[in-house]
Design a protein around this ligand. Structure first.
Ligand code: NAP
Ligand code: GDD
Length: 343
């Protein structure tokens, strides 16, 4: 059968890596994009321009259920990857109802659209839900695995718990081939600039080139299990290739703190983070998630998945990407010879 995928959230970090992966595997790939006043396609430009674009974009929104039905009827995908979300934890405290509408109920709208079209056509549509380690929140067990109970600590975490359980409910009630990937934090040079890792690599490289003086952060003590987004999208695809749908934790099983990330990033640039990082309470959260550490044994044994990038390699990759950006920025600004030399 011809493989045809629809990716929601295709303009985001994971969407861009997943689109590349599926194109490389010979899929016909479609992506959902929101209307915005700017292009917003920076991460996927290499896939949508040229004589024969490899990725076909469609306007749509997870808040528009009718639009989703229409789109799925038109595209007739064999696989749907639901990566779209209001995905920022801090922002979810400022926009809790919006986050619930998109991240939680949006998942339900998409599942309903799939159920409708699948019932009409009789063709199976496999579904992937982007669940999150943020659901473990104030963790009840360490490391966290598929059986660890959830204790979300943010409106985003609560919304993801709904998305997770409604996906399982549709699997059990209607026999949908629907799987949830409980992904721990994953980063890349394409990571949004307001997430902490990218904020650090972006600032440190700009500081190195004299484009910025300080980096303001919140809680340096929180600990995460950070992996590389390019490795994690392979796990999404693997889940949909199984005969039976199921849920899997995807993680590196290694822990680092925000402070460690700062230290390593600045050290690679021969800088001491303590001279540049300042604490700004504005970046504290009303309720914090102190520690997330995954146990991905199930994915490793059943899917044959494993991460290929370790923490130092991830930091290197992100520093390199942001150094290139900072150099361009410095050149555009037309700088003094001494700064150009440092670049
Ligand atoms: P991201 O970079 O923030 O991308 C989110 C995507 O969702 C963007 O394409 C965004 O479009 C789209 N979107 C937002 N609201 C939408 C709406 N109402 N309708 C349609 N599309 C909408 O996130 P990511 O890091 O790639 O993460 C992908 C998914 O995995 C998300 O669901 C996230 O919550 C989840 N997740 C991420 C991690 C992680 O560490 N990265 C870990 C666990 C789970 P615009 O480009 O127009 O904003
Ligand atoms: N964003 C941000 N900005 N976080 C900061 C800052 C800052 O200035 N200073 C400290 N932190 C701390 C946060 O308080 C949090 O404990 C940690 O750094 C990580 O923050 P983020 O990078 O924003 O990620 P997150 O863990 O809250 O959420 C990400 O991972 C989830 C998976 O667990 C997002 O990608 C979610 O979409 C994803 O589900």
């Amino acid at each position: 059968m011809h493989n045809r995928a629809l990716i929601t959230g295709v303009t985001g970090q994971d969407g861009s890596y997943l689109a590349e992966l599926l194109i490389a595997k010979g899929y016909e790939v479609h992506g959902l994009r929101r209307r915005s006043s700017t292009f917003g396609t920076g991460r996927i430009e290499h896939l949508i321009f040229g004589e024969s674009p490899q990725l076909q974009l469609h306007y749509g929104d997870l808040s528009d259920g009718n639009g989703l039905v229409r789109l799925i009827r038109e595209i007739r995908p064999t696989e749907v990857y639901n990566l779209a979300a209001q995905s920022h934890v801090r922002v979810s405290f400022d926009q809790p109802a919006y986050t619930a509408d998109v991240t939680a109920v949006g998942t339900l709208r998409l599942l309903e659209a799939i159920r409708d079209v699948q019932d009409d056509t009789g063709e199976q549509i496999r579904f992937y839900q982007a669940s999150s380690s943020e659901m473990y929140g104030k963790v009840l067990e360490t490391p966290q695995k598929e059986t660890t109970p959830f204790y979300p600590r943010s409106p985003y975490g609560v919304a993801k718990v709904y998305g997770h359980w409604i996906t399982i409910n549709y699997r059990e009630s209607y026999g949908l081939h629907a799987s949830c990937g409980i992904l721990f934090n994953h980063e890349s040079p394409r990571r949004g600039e307001t997430f902490v890792t990218r904020k650090i690599t972006r600032a440190a490289t700009r500081i190195k080139l004299g484009l910025q003086k300080k980096l303001h952060l919140g809680n340096l003590d929180s600990q995460r299990d950070w992996g590389f987004a390019g490795d994690y999208v392979e796990a999404m695809w693997l889940m949909l290739q199984q005969d039976k749908a199921d849920d899997y934790v995807i993680a590196t099983n290694e822990l680092s703190s925000v402070r460690d990330f700062c230290e390593q990033t600045f050290a690679r640039l021969d800088l001491d983070y303590r001279e540049f990082v300042e604490i700004d309470p504005r970046y504290y959260r009303p309720a914090e998630v102190d520690l997330l550490l995954g146990d991905s044994t199930k994915a490793r044994t059943r899917l044959g998945w494993r991460p290929r990038t370790n923490f130092p390699q991830l930091v290197d990759m992100m520093v390199e990407g942001d150094l290139a950006l900072a150099r361009q920025e410095a050149l555009i600004q037309g700088l003094t010879p001494s700064v150009r030399k440092a670049a």
